[in-house]
Design a protein around this ligand. Structure first.
Ligand SMILES: NC(=O)c1ccc[n+]([C@@H]2O[C@H](COP(=O)([O-])OP(=O)(O)OC[C@H]3O[C@@H](n4cnc5c(N)ncnc54)[C@H](OP(=O)(O)O)[C@@H]3O)[C@@H](O)[C@H]2O)c1
Length: 331
């Protein structure tokens, strides 16, 4: 099969190879999926580059945890009815060497989720990390109906889905962005209010938009950098659900300010969701996709042969949405 891989950490153009390798066979409890699309995420490129001292955990890594395709082989113990099912995939390259940047993947059947007919493969390849992270960050403390949710970085791959899922969950959504182009993306996702955090005071705008009350819940892309705003706008007993803190990886917490708010800090790490969180995310994402209202912000699509270029675009920070690899023979 055609696959892309790397055998050492380093810059994409130096370490990524694309070539032929044997196709895998499904074992007990596993399925083999003929992949049509593979989703690229920041954690894939961070792992490849060796970010924060990450080392090679396998001699060869086929990157990417997200993908979508069709089940073409079911192993012993898997219901035969799953043969031929269109699926999206999660955690494919989490604690496993071979992810989705290949024509075929074998993985536990439990990591494949039925892809509704109204959703294309390249859209299904955005569900694993971006949509599941967004789901967890929005619903970690239960339903958000009637609540006000602040989504920072609302035009990001995760932020965009967080706006949509919070809207679907009947919350009022305020999103922050850094430009007019990103405001348009957040608006298309369904944000009720948009604040440009580069040109406006987020705290003042959020207070004004909420009649001085503040927000119940924050989906946070940059925990450390945004803490001053967080403590200014979070209601007592509110929740902060951070999924990244790139600008300040080791932030100093204003303990007493957070204590007096009785704030709930709910860290989000999509690869380690508890089983109930995983099941809830898969079920809700399926129901939401079936509404036909989901918008998938795809920034760029590359053929598998250009895997290194896809990684370089991800690392540039210029992509407005998800980056997809199309696998040969896909739709
Ligand atoms: N914990 C997890 O499980 C998990 C899951 C998925 C992703 N992540 C991490 O989350 C981060 C974002 O991932 P992504 O795929 O959504 O990336 P992305 O598509 O690049 O989106 C990030 C967005 O955040 C915005 N942003 C950056 N700093 C901001 C700030 N201080 N305030 C408001 N907005 C800000 C960026 O735009 P501007 O810079 O123009 O504002 C961009 O629109 C990455 O570090 C990724 O590794 C973690």
């Amino acid at each position: 099969m055609l696959a892309g891989w790397y055998e050492k950490n380093g810059p994409a153009a130096e370490v990524i190879e694309v070539g032929q390798m044997p196709a895998p066979q499904a074992g007990p409890g596993e399925v083999r999926v003929r992949l049509h699309a593979s989703g690229v995420n920041p954690s894939d490129t961070k792992r490849r580059s060796g970010w924060r001292g990450q080392k090679m955990t396998y001699p060869r890594i086929i990157p990417h945890s997200d993908g979508a395709g069709v089940i073409e082989e079911v192993g012993p113990g898997v219901p035969p009815a799953r043969f031929g099912e269109r699926v999206w995939i999660y955690n494919a390259q989490w604690k496993r060497p071979f992810g989705t940047s290949a024509e075929y993947i074998v993985l536990p059947a439990s990591q494949t989720v039925r892809l509704p007919e109204n959703t294309a493969f390249h859209e299904g390849a955005c569900m694993g990390i971006p949509a599941m992270t967004a789901h967890r960050a929005v619903f970690v403390d239960g339903p958000v109906a009637g609540k006000t949710v602040l989504v920072t970085g609302g035009a990001g791959a995760v932020g965009n889905y967080a706006i949509q899922l919070a809207h679907w969950g009947e919350a009022t959504v305020i999103a922050t962005v850094s430009s007019d182009a990103k405001a348009a993306v957040a608006r298309a996702a369904g944000a009720h209010h948009i604040v440009n955090y580069k040109t406006e005071s987020v705290a003042e705008r959020v207070k004004a938009l909420t009649g001085g009350q503040g927000v119940d819940h924050i989906v946070e892309v940059d925990f450390g950098a945004n803490l001053p705003v967080t403590v200014a706008v979070l209601k007592p007993n509110g929740t902060i659900a951070p999924y990244a803190s790139m600008a300040a990886p080791e932030p100093v917490l204003p303990y007493y300010t957070l204590m007096l708010l009785n704030a709930n800090i709910r860290m989000v790490y999509v690869y380690e969701l508890p089983p109930t969180g995983m099941q809830q995310a898969c079920a809700d994402i399926t129901r939401w996709l079936e509404t036909g209202k989901a918008v998938h912000a795809v920034a760029a699509r590359f053929p598998l042969a250009q895997l290194a270029k896809a990684h370089e675009l991800q690392e540039s920070g210029r992509a407005l949405g998800n980056i997809i690899l199309d696998i040969p023979g896909s739709e």
